[in-house]
Design a binder for this molecule. Structure first.
Ligand SMILES: C[S@@+](CC[C@H](N)C(=O)[O-])C[C@H]1O[C@@H](n2cnc3c(N)ncnc32)[C@H](O)[C@@H]1O
Length: 240
């Protein structure tokens, strides 16, 4: 899935106070989220960093990004790599677990969109590794908290179109299954650091620091970001 109307809201509301926002997206696919994100960053900020990680960076995404003016595109592992400019879109064709493990933590991200492999083991490891790349006020937007892969594993390596993608994580049966299972366990293991809010009619969940935010909400219908106390809506709370 993609994050529907959330990218505009995140940029306009959450990132509006930032001078040099830094965004990490795990699982970019064809760029359904990447492209509006980069457009919002390029239009709204003098300096920004967007980093995308996927086991398969599609040529279509490179082509579309190359149509943007005034941004610097760096694709790792390819000849056209260039130096950072302060308006950078950096794509890594890597497995998220390898990429996250290799990070030094020197770059801290303000927002992370997590939507790579949809299985318990990957998501649980990703969440734990991502923590060292965040600031106290950073938010994590995790897709597929609700929906088909909430309690059931999906591995991209099992898809026919990924047969030649050798860096995809091999299928591995797990008693625990699904994206929501991983997120609930992660949040419940870190209750002092993370709180999650979601709507039952939308697939993603937002994780945030309860010491920084009382609550956050994004509506996909009218692009607003409001405190919960002003606008009640059906919330399914994390299970204990
Ligand atoms: C559901 S799609 C992402 C959709 C995208 N977030 C959007 O908004 O349009 C999932 C993507 O994750 C990638 N992926 C799967 N396993 C991965 C892994 N371990 N590391 C990085 N990317 C992965 C797939 O190649 C696929 O492009």
């Amino acid at each position: 899935m993609s994050y529907l109307g959330w990218t505009h809201a995140v940029c306009q509301q959450h990132l509006s106070r930032h001078v040099f926002p830094k965004i990490l997206e795990i699982g970019v696919h064809y760029g359904q989220t990447t492209l509006p994100l980069v457009q919002n960053l390029a239009h709204g900020f003098e300096k920004f960093l967007y980093v995308g990680v996927d086991i398969w960076i599609r040529p279509q995404l490179d082509e579309q990004l190359s149509q943007f003016s005034d941004i610097n595109i760096i694709i790792h592992g390819r000849a056209e790599r260039s130096a950072a400019s302060g308006r950078d879109v950096i794509l890594f064709e890597e497995n998220s677990l390898d990429w996250l493990t290799s990070q030094t933590g020197n770059t801290k991200f303000d927002v992370v969109f997590l939507d790579g492999d949809h299985n318990y083991q990957t998501v649980f490891q990703e969440l734990n590794l991502i923590q060292s790349l965040l600031k106290p006020a950073s938010i994590l937007v995790c897709d597929d908290y609700n929906g088909k892969w909430a309690e059931k594993d999906q591995f991209y390596s099992a898809k026919d179109e990924y047969e030649s993608v050798k860096i995809a994580t091999p299928y591995d049966f797990s008693e625990k299954q699904g994206v929501r299972t991983a997120i609930d366990e992660f949040v419940n293991n870190n209750v002092d650091r993370w709180r999650g809010l979601h709507r039952i009619d939308l697939e993603p969940i937002i994780l945030f620091n309860p010491h920084v935010y009382e609550a956050v909400e994004i509506s996909s219908t009218n692009d607003v970001w409001k405190t919960l106390k002003n606008r009640p809506f059906p919330i399914r709370r994390l299970r204990a």
